[in-house]
Design a protein around this ligand. Structure first.
Ligand code: UTP
Length: 410
């Protein structure tokens, strides 16, 4: 492990020496804890506070991107499904569940997947997801390897929960858990916030680091030894999420493209979803807060929004390309959040409004690193029921309604 001098040197490079402010008063154990945390942290994320150094601040020229539409799928679905099922049976498709988020909007202090949305019986988000995956397993007659990403903070709870639930009936030899990296959190002046005298505040570094975290966890060997060629990455919070959907997988394979993204037609021009389009001729996602008014409202001859394909965090990526781009620097997104911290008097504060920044890379930025991406349109009411908030838009309430609509008993 690094010593005090080395730690000071690392921190000095980023003007963060105050992190060692209480070092002299710490016990031997606390000192070790702090030095270990400094050693494993990538402080270079702080450079992103300087806008010019953040590649995310410059965007290219956007153009619309067509999709395989719901109508196309009705026509060719059978063919896609056959291709997809063949690939699944051959062990070429695995799924990656992104469950490292903090779910602050939902305000549930356990992993989001453990949230019970049932009314008369227990129905956790994890149960919904595992049930959907099991449907594919039954259809294919083969298990789909499932990699589950957690954060440092929710790893133990997640693993224990799956054990207690007997992996929701899944063959546990097809499930692997791994942990994503953490990033330091700073106040609005860019100063790292302390959580205690011997720990600085950190948060999961966003869902964009999922593949590099898998590689670091040694899972590339697992992927290769199983002969996996495609990874279907998806978010924990959509209870209607179809995972390793044979039609989607087959459509991407048949198209010869390098990747695919499930999309829904936007409900309204100002719906807060990222839109799959082209940026400087390459596939890309433009976030709702980056899109111009002209792009928001432009319509085609049939009156449809030209930029209408909203992403639902369900992507299929080819393993070969992922390996190639694994060490690419990803754009960093800086988000304002409420970050609990210890003030200079040693009092622990839980702020009720945002008091600093967290650093996140996003999986959607990986799309721009692909040479091609098939936009695959699904029916919103059948596949998109995200749970971000307790009530209102994208909430437990709205997801319950959608589950009922799809015949799920609550
Ligand atoms: P969100 O963007 O909704 O973030 O995550 P969140 O942290 O879960 O929720 P809020 O914003 O604090 O309310 C979208 C998906 O990406 C995963 C989440 O678990 C979810 O499946 N995610 C997010 C990670 O795996 N790691 C992260 O660091 C962030």
């Amino acid at each position: 492990m690094i010593n005090y001098e080395k730690a000071k040197e690392i921190l000095a490079e980023y003007g963060q020496e105050h992190v060692l402010g209480c070092y002299d008063e710490l016990s031997e154990n606390e000192r070790e804890e702090l030095l270990a945390q400094i050693e494993k942290t990538d402080f270079s994320v702080l450079e992103n506070l300087i806008a010019e150094k953040n590649p995310n601040s410059k965007r290219g020229k956007f153009e619309p991107l067509g999709a395989v539409t719901v109508e196309d799928i009705a026509k060719h679905g059978q063919q896609y499904s056959e291709t997809g099922l063949d690939a699944i049976r051959a062990g070429k498709v695995a799924a990656v569940l992104l469950a490292g988020g903090q779910g602050t909007r939902l305000g549930f202090d356990k992993p989001k997947g453990m949230y019970n949305i049932g009314i008369t019986h227990e129905l956790t988000i994890f149960r919904c997801i595992m049930g959907n995956l099991m449907d594919v397993v039954k259809k294919a007659g083969a298990f789909v390897p499932l990699y589950i990403m957690t954060s440092e903070k929710n790893y133990d709870d997640t693993v224990q929960h799956f054990r207690e639930k007997n992996y929701y009936g899944y063959d546990s030899s097809f499930i692997r858990f791994f942990v994503q990296d953490m990033a330091p959190s700073v106040d609005f002046d860019g100063r790292i916030l302390m959580e205690s005298r011997s720990r600085f505040a950190t948060s999961p570094n966003g869902n964009g680091g999922w593949f590099s975290s898998m590689v670091r966890a040694g899972l590339l060997e697992d992927i290769k030894s199983r002969g996996v060629e495609w990874l279907n990455v998806f978010a924990v919070d959509n209870v209607l999420q179809k995972i390793a959907d044979p039609m989607f997988v087959g459509a991407v394979i048949d198209s010869g493209m390098q990747s695919g993204g499930k999309v829904v037609s936007k409900a309204a021009p100002d719906e807060r979803v990222g839109v799959l389009c082209l940026e400087d001729g390459m596939p890309s996602i433009v976030e709702y807060y980056e899109i111009t008014d002209e792009m928001l409202t432009r319509r085609d001859e049939q009156g449809r929004l030209v930029y209408r394909f909203g992403v639902i965090l369900n992507y299929l990526f080819g393993v070969e390309k992922l390996i190639e781009i694994c060490n690419n620097r990803m754009p960093m997104h800086i988000v304002s959040k409420k970050i609990p911290y210890m003030d200079e008097n040693g009092t622990f504060i839980k702020p009720d409004k945002p008091n600093g920044h967290k650093f996140e890379t996003l999986v959607l930025d990986m799309v721009h690193m692909q040479d091609s991406c098939l936009a695959y349109e699904v029916v919103r009411e059948k596949e998109f029921a995200p749970i971000k908030n307790p009530t209102g838009i994208d909430s437990v309430e709205s997801a319950r309604e959608l589950l009922k609509l799809n015949g799920v008993e609550l």
